[in-house]
Design a protein around this ligand. Sequence first.
Ligand code: ATP
Ligand code: MG
Length: 231
Amino acid sequence: MKLIDINKSYGSLAVLKNFSLEFEENKICCLLGPSGCGKTTILNIISSLVEYEGIVKRERGNISYIFQDQRLLPNLTVEKNLEYVLLSTGMNKSERMEKIDKVLALMELKDKKKSYPYQLSGGMLQRTAMARAFIYPSNLLLMDEPFKGLDISLKKRLIDEFLKLWSRDKRTVVFVTHDIDEALLIADRIVLLSDKAEIILDEKVNQSHNNRNLNSDNLIKIRKSIYKNFV
Ligand SMILES: Nc1ncnc2c1ncn2[C@@H]1O[C@H](COP(=O)(O)OP(=O)(O)OP(=O)(O)O)[C@@H](O)[C@H]1O
Ligand SMILES: [Mg+2]
């Protein structure tokens, strides 16, 4: 997928100016950058949710999008929220239920299957949104701070589950986060944006996702260069 010379303004506010970025297929690219620099805007452009000038070149196929604010359907239970995105796939009821049960177990949400969104904690809402994005058959996954606000141990478990799901069913992932260590654990590549959405750092993380060690020389080096440019 390729973004070429994208320009995006909201009224008089220019957010993206001749922004170009190429994403490698079936790799995980993390976008880091200060609040308000345009990360969500980039995901919204990729998914054509907002208008823009420029070119987005993309392989055919569906997009899964984990929004920054989840956007679950309030009148449907967790289970029904997940089933909703499977209705168009041609799966029969028992196939749908099997898939839903599997992903809910992975997201540690089994006992919340019959709960409505208002009955869930913030972290549970995030996990439901992630489950929904994953069961939807797509070749592009957009994730906007999906682990935000989770406690460190749950976050670590979900990152591991996410990487397992992804390695079994690879997709191109654009992952937005403010958490540098999260990016170091997940990314094949980390792109750091300035407050004007200029690319100030573009680092490949040439390391398998299995058991990445944040204290390894390679990751320490990358963390240092992100810090130097970011903090
Ligand atoms: N619909 C909108 N109308 C007007 N301005 C908008 C709109 N959406 C975003 N903006 C502005 O565009 C800029 C970029 O917003 P965006 O949501 O892309 O930032 P972000 O990098 O995702 O920030 P954060 O890390 O806080 O989520 C901000 O200044 C924001 O106020
Ligand atoms: Mg955002």
